[in-house]
Design a protein. Sequence first.
Length: 284
Amino acid sequence: MHRAVTACAGWRVESWEQASGNGGSQDAKLVWPDATVGLRVAVVDGVTPSLRCRPVAGVDGAMYAAAVVRLALQRTGGAPDECVLAANRHLHDPALARSRDQTQACVTVADLSPDGHVEVVRAGDCEAWARTEQGWVSFGSGTALTADVEAEWTDWQRRHPGVSRDVRHDAEERFLGRPEAWTSTAVGRFGAPLLQRFSADGVRELVLASDGARLSEPVLDEIPAWLGELRRWEAQCRDLGRAAEKVHDDVTVLRVRPRALEAVAPRPALRRTREDSADMRRAL
């Protein structure tokens, strides 16, 4: 797991990144100082392409979509939702009949002001958590599907564990190929995306992650230890028997704290058991 630390606009930003295999990661991150908002941070997760998803200039659809979203978010003075909508207009191809064949990426973006006010926009299943005086608050986490569709889709996968990824994508279109199946949609998937918006004051810490990090509230105080054991935990505790399930996903995590907290001593190492997996969110 690659870790990096930087200071930006009065905040200390830690990042952790790991590709799912030997190839390049389809995730991306953004740490962008903006005079109008303070600090903009984002995690982007390119959606695994179908066979009919077009590459662009030799770049696969997931990496291309992630790059487009990241670039759109760097527009000076652009509100997060405006930037996401601009990326959606660029990526979405109305000539494609299946939403699963679009070049698309999930993103959660946050604008963080020096006084701890945060504005968050979520498109798809990347996630954000904020620590306030009341403790940890979720700004969109877990599945981006509606509860009924999530249950139906999970049941289909369990009943068809041996199918290929192409068959999975065909079924995914039947279950998930309409905006009504979602609470927020990946950028590029539909002509009119569904976005979730959140805001809060008094934010003392902010965590953004792609869904491959498999975060949940119990591990937020122990992120380095949790990520250090993630691959081992996946091998032991991952949800077996789902259709064409990937063993690993790309992982990208950002943790943003005031620079005054840099000297805080590290917490003891996290230890998790198989029973603790009940608290961990299933990967899509």
